[in-house]
Design a protein around this ligand. Structure first.
Ligand code: BYC
Ligand code: FE
Ligand code: FE
Length: 479
């Protein structure tokens, strides 16, 4: 289905030109969105020409076009994946019934909540990343940042479309709130904790796109299985874009780690903990990278909610949100009699305990997430080892540094040791980024805007974007 209407203000494949009411609602929301983008989007680059991909079709092959765009002129479209003939509700009480094309009345509030929470994270991430352009390590990376930003903007459009088309007046009100809340604000914060944290530097940005965008992937995968078909189709198309965000995080962290390992090898530094010597090379020491990883991993785990959740059970039973790859799992898809093992902290330490599977769905998705992280970390460690450095990056224990769920606020080390509060506090500078780390990184991160040049602390990518050379003017910054 290539019938994307690209001539309207809002490019779409949802028949906006035949639905004047909805078209008016979206067009009325548009100026507020642009105001938000000018206010909270990438600071200092709104007039730059950026070589961006824009979604113009939902065909698996060739769904995007590339070219120079000024970001405020980006064509944020509403694009749904093609409907699947005969699709059925994949889980819960309505398992096997035809999917809903309209909102099931009894589940309206739950569904709206899910869409609002999903929608809220998209602009939040743009807000968190808005200052990063000022310290970009290269034009290539600057362009990737902006690509991620405009696509998160499009993901907001995707959720706003659902709210305005299917939820009438309260949907329109929620759409306004989505561009009113602000990441980190005291009065009107973003809904989920991690989206009120700072993304102060590029190492954080790459960790965020590796871990937090991957939560996005996992959540979108489970919403892509929704019995509410418009949500499913929307999320399926968003996942096509999301793959690039994973790529940015995975290769970004990987290039930083490789650069450090290579620089250490060249300089003959063997002790990865000799941070003074390593930092003097203009690269980031591996223990600091580990501390950032501990932070972003633990913040992201909080996004899965409590391990045991009746909300999650209700979403599933209603058929609104399923498991990761629900359609590939062989069981009854109702889970009334099933159990799931979750880790609990008892007086005997950590033990695995079986809980009703329906209540354990957040824990299960989180476990799937942890597994999904493993490949990247394995590759990074291979680069470290290949340079002869004795250091291994490790995901911290899932109970470390948590603010949501069973392990919230417990003094547990990244290795999973249960400590006294005082020891935990005293040692936390070993495990989480310190003020000294922040000062070092801030000084290190000076922008490189020359074509084909890269900052000292990051390796060049293996290739440019879509066949372009690495030496390409990915962003034309006005003089
Ligand atoms: N912070 O039963 P519980 C992305 C609330 S990222 C603050 O434990 P539930 C992206 C919860 O709302 C993906 N509050 O959890 C990435 C509930 O409050 P109410 C975003 C939290 O509901 C990068 C109460 O605590 N999408 O796309 O089963 C860049 C008890 O909740 C938090 C989604 O998350 C928290 N961390 O699950 C750009 C999918 N956790 O309702 C984009 C939609 C929980 O009692 N959302 N609470 O007032 C959901 O599926 C669920 O809302 C959650 C929470 C999985 C987030
Ligand atoms: Fe997104
Ligand atoms: Fe993303």
């Amino acid at each position: 289905m290539s019938n994307v209407d690209y001539d309207l203000l809002i490019p779409n494949n949802v028949g906006l030109s035949d639905d004047p009411k909805l078209r008016r609602a979206l067009e009325e929301w548009h100026p507020g969105y642009i105001d938000w983008w000018m206010d909270m989007g990438p600071e200092g680059f709104q007039t730059a020409d950026v070589w961006l991909r824009t979604a113009i079709s939902v065909d698996k092959s060739g769904w995007a076009k590339f070219g120079y765009v000024k970001m405020p002129d980006y064509r944020w479209g509403v694009l749904l994946a093609q409907p699947e003939e005969g699709r059925q509700i994949p889980c819960g009480d309505h398992y096997g019934e035809p999917v809903w094309q309209e909102v099931p009345g009894e589940y309206r509030a739950m569904l709206r909540r899910l869409i609002v929470v999903q929608g809220d994270t998209e602009p939040a991430s743009v807000e968190q990343q808005r200052l990063l352009g000022k310290s970009a390590p290269s034009l290539y990376d600057l362009r990737n940042l902006f690509q991620v930003n405009v696509e998160e903007g499009r993901h907001l459009w995707a959720m706003v479309y659902l709210l305005q088309k299917y939820f009438g007046r309260d949907g329109r009100e929620e759409a306004v709130e989505l561009v009113r809340r602000r990441s980190g604000s005291e009065e009107q914060p973003r809904i989920l904790g991690a989206f009120n944290e700072k993304t102060p530097d590029w190492l954080s940005f790459f960790m965020f796109t590796f871990f937090t965008d991957r939560d996005g992937k996992m959540q979108l995968e489970s919403l892509a299985q929704s019995g509410f078909d418009p949500l499913s189709r929307t999320c399926r198309f968003m996942l096509a874009e999301e793959a690039h965000h994973m790529f940015v995080g995975d290769t970004g962290c990987g290039r930083i780690i490789r650069r450090t390992a290579e620089a250490m090898k060249e300089a003959g530094i063997e002790d990865p903990y000799d941070s003074e010597a390593v930092r003097a090379l203009g690269v980031i020491d591996l223990p600091l990278i580990q501390r950032k990883m501990n932070l972003h991993f633990s913040l992201t785990l909080d996004l899965f909610g409590s391990e045991e959740s009746t909300n999650a059970a209700n979403y599933y039973t209603a058929g609104l949100k399923a498991r990761y790859h629900e359609d590939q799992i062989q069981d009854d898809h109702k889970l009334h009699d099933a159990s799931y093992p979750v880790m609990k902290l008892t007086k005997d330490g950590f033990v695995s305990e079986e809980i009703p599977a329906l209540n354990g769905l957040n824990a299960r998705l989180r476990d799937d997430f942890v597994e999904d992280c493993a490949g990247g970390i394995r590759r990074w460690n291979r680069d470290i080892a290949e340079n002869g450095i004795d250091f291994e990056l490790r995901l911290p224990h899932i109970a470390f540094n948590r603010q949501v769920g069973d392990f919230s606020s417990l003094p547990i080390s990244p290795a999973g040791e249960i400590l006294e509060d005082s020891e935990y506090r005293a040692r936390s500078t070993e495990w989480l980024p310190t003020a000294d780390d922040a000062a070092f990184i801030e000084e290190l991160m000076q922008p490189r805007y020359e074509i084909g040049e890269f900052a000292s602390w990051i390796a060049r990518p293996s290739k440019g974007v879509l066949g372009q050379p690495i030496e390409f003017e990915y962003v034309k910054i006005p003089g």
